[in-house]
Write a protein that binds this ligand. Sequence first.
Ligand code: ZN
Length: 76
Amino acid sequence: MLCRKLERVAYFFLDGTLDAKQKRIFSKHLKLCPECEQRTTIHRRIRIFLKKRLARLVAPARLKQRLTRSLRAFAD
Ligand SMILES: [Zn+2]
């Protein structure tokens, strides 16, 4: 039961957006549960891999201009 609950917040844990209490519960559970520990490690590695890959991608200038215009229009 706790495993399923924690699986749902794993991304928040990896993002560092859990509050202190949730983070403590999550960290404690990882030390006791090999399955959750392994799953979280896999998620962490995927995130690192994607971050490195995406860091190399550069949006074309026209796309950047269109997005900037859209965001400005949305903010107004
Ligand atoms: Zn677990």
